[in-house]
Design a protein. Structure first.
Length: 278
């Protein structure tokens, strides 16, 4: 598995005067993952291999297909076999419990979900916004500004694949009142990294995550705000800019959207009452 996450390569380096050197490099792995629900294709996403069951669990929660881990009866790689009979580990079969909400009748994704877009392929606008089984708690003082602006550097310390390749995003859940993150995951897709950390929490019965901050190494997009809201996460912090729709959605869903969290400063766009000065 490690060889699929960090992939060796050869590279030639040039500057304005010509070739400078040739040598080895390391690249982030990216492979398709097909997800099947009860034998039917649900979606195909591009991801960095590893923690696939967490990714699938988090994605199914964010799509309102499940609301708890008991809604998944079984999950395995049994269908992913190449022409030589070897398992590819690129197809995950999920058997849902009868009590699971399940996908909407029109919810099957029509195209690939790329590593840069988690809602691409949703067949209708109505399917983009989902109702959460874990509404975000009413805003109240939750995290100090000093703690909040320290999170990007703490996340960076855990980004092993990024250190090797420079080619992946990261997401982490930081519990209020504790120093260490609950979980950190990396992936070529920022939405995949978030699905992995949320899936990790679902598998351990930790939802709703009313006492956690979701820190991401990317920008704050609509889809990341939506995923936070589906898990009951009150604060989404990003090192880069939020989109206008992310801010609007955060205001409507009760999520505190933090952007440009870097070098000891940050911008708080929605529900700033969760951030304290002490």
């Amino acid at each position: 598995m490690a060889a699929r996450i960090i992939v060796p390569a050869r590279v030639r380096t040039f500057d304005a005067h010509g070739e400078v050197r040739a040598g080895p490099d390391r690249l982030a792995g990216e492979e398709p993952l097909e997800i099947r629900l009860n034998g039917q294709q649900f979606t195909v996403t591009m991801r960095t291999p590893g923690d696939d069951f967490e990714l699938v669990t988090g994605l199914l929660l964010s799509e309102a297909v499940i609301t708890e881990v008991s809604h998944i009866v079984k999950m395995d790689y049994r269908s992913g076999v190449d022409q030589d009979g070897h398992r590819t580990y690129n197809v995950v079969d999920v058997r849902l419990a009868p009590a699971a909400p399940g996908p909407r009748a029109d919810a099957q994704r029509q195209v690939f979900t790329s590593s840069s877009c988690g809602v691409c392929g949703t067949p209708s606008l109505d399917g983009v916004v989902k109702s959460s089984a874990y509404p975000v708690a009413h805003p109240r003082p939750l995290v100090t500004a000093a703690r909040l602006v320290s999170l990007p550097d703490e996340l960076r310390e855990h980004q092993r694949v990024f250190s090797a390749t420079g080619g992946v995003h990261a997401a982490a859940l930081f519990p209020v009142g504790r120093d260490e993150p609950l979980v950190v995951r990396e992936d070529v897709g920022r939405h995949n990294a978030v699905d992995k950390v949320i899936g990790w929490a679902v598998q351990r019965g930790l939802l709703p995550l009313h006492e956690a901050v979701l820190q991401v190494s990317a920008r704050a997009s609509f889809e990341l705000v939506s995923k936070a809201a589906m898990a009951g996460i009150p604060v989404l912090s990003a090192v880069s800019a939020p989109s206008a729709l992310a801010v609007t959605h955060g205001r409507e869903r009760g999520v505190t959207v933090v952007g440009f969290n870097r070098k000891g400063r940050c911008n708080v766009y929605t529900h700033p009452e969760r951030i304290t000065g002490e």
